[in-house]
Structures are given as structure tokens and as C-alpha cells.
Design a protein around this ligand. Structure first.
Ligand SMILES: *Cc1c(COP(=O)(O)O)cnc(C)c1O
Length: 375
């Protein structure tokens, strides 16, 4: 086994940019001003809504902004609680705090790494206003169970689908099933605009409220110039970003197929090791944003050893998210034992669409060098 420390660096992610993105971005920066200054934004919103099969979309500067606007549009605020999984990137929880509500962190299922519906139901109180279903690394929450629970208790089901473009639950695309959904187009995501996001909904009234909020509180039928009716937000996507997004969206099937190709290659190469990877239960499609290995609980494993091996091979290793409740800003929830156990046993593998077979073999050899020796 060779440690190829002087071979080129394998990044954990990087965008797939073609002539098309460059042409559209060039057009936007050259011509997308004055009368044309919203053309790519409207086109991106229209085409994204179409792709997802929803009625409305508002392009934003980030998923964080889309979530903030959506929560505000639903009237969620001080005294309210929003339930989400303990294992998450902080961007899912921060907007709950921005509106003055309280995030309630519950445990996950060991196989999907997403919300445990039984834990959700147990955490519901009279103050609970919503459940935020985050589809982690492309894996899907159990949307049937969560729909039943949220309907029974008369609370909202919201989707953070920032990591789940290309994922589908029983024929419905991730992000299209909740009262609203949010996506991110950050540079690390499957479809990117550098920074960016989108708010989507089928609810006409919520769309109108979010649209007004997104325009610094100015309603679209307001005749007076510069007349806000409320304090809103400024989370807009720029036309140049939207131009890149339009090109990426034309290539979305190819971008998702690229992620799936990388996942399948790793799955084949790592078969036989004591690890599990992102699940794809019957009737679902996983967009596999981040191919991830979770080392079996019975196996002694220190993720620092694997990260050090990656580093020696000039490969980016990326740790699984920490339980949010292990961070200082949140109340400690040590009873979320699956979240704590999983986080320490899991690593995301490099997964950009242009990874070639030799790169993936280098990664697999490195994983084998650490885990293959374990009996
Ligand atoms: C990336 C990400 C976000 C944040 O997206 P930004 O566009 O950076 O605000 C939110 N939620 C999840 C699940 C993410 O992966």
C-alpha cells in the first residue's frame, strides 16, 4: 500500500462548471442590467419550481435566509418551539433562534441519520409550532410518519432540503412536501451558484407573505414607491448568481447522476469493510450529496486516525456534523445517544462530480489502510 503524499490534492467537494455556466454568467454581467436586471432571477425561480413540482419559488442569498423568511412568514416567534434533529449543521437551527423561537433537539434514527418520528412526537408540547425535517447528506426523513404526526397535532412540517437536491420520497421531490422548503446553492452543494438559496412553497398565502418580507416589507401591488408595510428582509439572489443557477439547473440530472456515480463507486470499493453508508430505502431516491461511511459500533475506531491518514494521502476528510446539543449555545441533550454515537463514528468522503476512478481508488485505498486491518 502506498501513501501518495505528493499526488494532487483531492478536495472533498468542488463545483462542476462548464461552458454553459460561463456563457450565462457572461451574458448576465454584460447585459443583465436595467430592464434585464431580474431576467435570470425570474427564470431560475420559474424553472426551479417546475423541476421540483411546486407552485412558487423565491431565490435567496442563502438557505439560511430562505429558512428565516419562511419561519417569519409562518408567524413563528418568541415562546414557540420548533423540533429538529440534534445532528445538524447550525444553519438549520440558527433561523429558529433569529425569529426568537426555541429549537428542540431530538434524536435520530440509526439507519437514516434523520429525525426519529417517535422522538418528535414525544417532544411535542403546547408551544410546538413546527417540525423541521432536514434531509441529511441526501438521506430522507420519513415524510409519511412526520406528515401524520404534524397533521395530528396541527403543526407545520417544514423541509430543509439544502442537501437533498435529486432526492425523492415516494415519487415526490425532497423539499416539495412541507408547508415550505429551503435549498442551498453554496459552493459545496450539488447545484451551486457560489452562495445562494431558494424558498419554495405550494401555499399561495405564505408565498405572498414571504415575497413581501423578501422585498424589505414592500407588497408587490403597493403603488407608492419605497413604501414598506412591515420590517422585512434583504436576502435576494443576484442576477449573475441566478445566471449560473440557470445553467446548473439545465444540468441538474447530470449533476445528481455524478453524485450517484461517486457513491456507487465507493460502495463497491468499500464493500467488506465494517461500515454502513447512506441508505436508499425502497420507493426513494437518494441524491447522495455526501457519500458517508459510518463505522460499525462494535469496531474500535478513532476518527482522528482516519483523518490523519487522509491528510497524509493529500485527501480532504470531513467530519460528520457534531450534535448541536454538544455546542455551547444549546442546552445539552446527552440522552440523544444515537446522535452522539454516530457523530464520532462517521466521515464524509470526497464527492465532487469530476472525481475520476483513480481519485476514488486513492480514497478507498486510504480507508482500507485504516479500517481493513481491523478483524
Ligand atoms: C448548507 C446547508 C444550509 C445552509 O445553507 P446556506 O446557503 O449556506 O445558508 C442549511 N441547511 C443545511 C441542511 C445545509 O446543508
Amino acid at each position: 500500500m502506498t501513501i501518495e503524499s505528493n499526488s494532487s490534492r483531492i478536495y472533498y467537494t468542488k463545483p462542476s462548471i462548464t461552458e454553459l455556466e460561463i456563457r450565462y454568467a457572461n451574458d448576465a454581467v454584460t447585459n443583465g442590467w436595467g430592464e434585464q436586471c431580474y431576467d435570470y432571477i425570474y427564470r431560475f425561480e420559474r424553472q426551479f419550481a417546475q423541476y421540483l413540482g411546486v407552485r412558487h419559488a423565491i431565490a435567496t442569498s442563502s438557505a439560511t435566509g430562505a429558512l428565516h423568511m419562511g419561519l417569519a412568514g409562518l408567524g413563528i416567534g418568541p415562546g414557540d418551539e420548533v423540533i429538529l434533529a440534534d445532528i445538524n449543521w447550525i444553519a438549520s437551527a440558527a433561523p429558529i433562534i433569529y425569529v426568537g423561537a426555541t429549537p428542540v433537539l431530538v434524536d435520530i434514527l440509526a439507519d437514516t441519520w434523520c429525525l426519529d418520528p417517535a422522538a418528535v412526537e414525544a417532544a411535542i408540547t403546547p408551544r410546538t409550532k413546527a417540525v423541521l425535517a432536514v434531509h441529511l447528506y441526501g438521506n430522507l426523513c420519513d415524510m409519511d410518519a412526520l406528515s401524520v404526526i404534524t397533521q395530528k397535532h396541527g403543526i407545520y412540517l417544514i423541509e430543509d432540503a439544502a442537501e437533498a437536491i435529486g432526492s425523492a420520497w415516494h415519487g415526490k421531490r425532497a423539499g416539495s412536501m412541507g408547508i415550505f422548503g429551503a435549498f442551498s446553492f453554496h459552493g459545496t452543494k450539488t447545484l451551486t451558484t457560489g452562495e445562494g438559496g431558494i424558498f419554495i412553497t405550494n401555499d399561495d398565502a405564505l408565498y405572498e407573505r414571504a415575497l413581501t418580507l423578501s422585498n424589505h416589507g414592500r407588497a408587490r401591488d403597493e403603488a407608492r414607491q419605497f413604501w414598506p408595510e412591515s420590517i422585512g428582509f434583504k436576502y435576494k439572489m443576484s442576477n449573475v448568481q441566478a445566471a449560473i443557477g440557470c445553467a446548473q439547473l439545465e444540468r441538474v440530472d447530470e449533476l445528481v447522476a455524478g453524485k450517484r456515480r461517486v457513491f456507487e463507486a465507493y460502495r463497491g470499493a468499500l464493500a467488506g469493510l465494517p461500515v454502513s453508508m447512506n441508505p436508499e430505502p425502497p420507493n426513494t431516491v437518494n441524491g447522495y450529496w455526501m457519500p458517508t461511511i459510518v463505522v460499525d459500533e462494535a469496531v474500535p475506531f478513532d476518527r482522528e486516525t482516519l483523518l490523519a491518514a487522509f491528510s497524509a494521502c493529500n485527501i480532504d476528510g470531513r467530519v460528520f456534523f457534531w450534535p448541536l446539543s454538544s455546542l455551547e449555545m444549546f442546552r445539552s441533550e446527552p440522552q440523544n445517544s444515537i446522535s452522539y454515537s454516530l457523530s464520532s463514528r462517521a466521515i464524509n468522503l470526497p464527492s465532487y462530480q469530476d472525481l475520476d476512478n483513480a481519485d476514488m481508488e486513492r480514497v478507498s485505498i486510504c480507508v482500507h489502510s485504516v479500517l481493513g486491518d481491523i478483524p
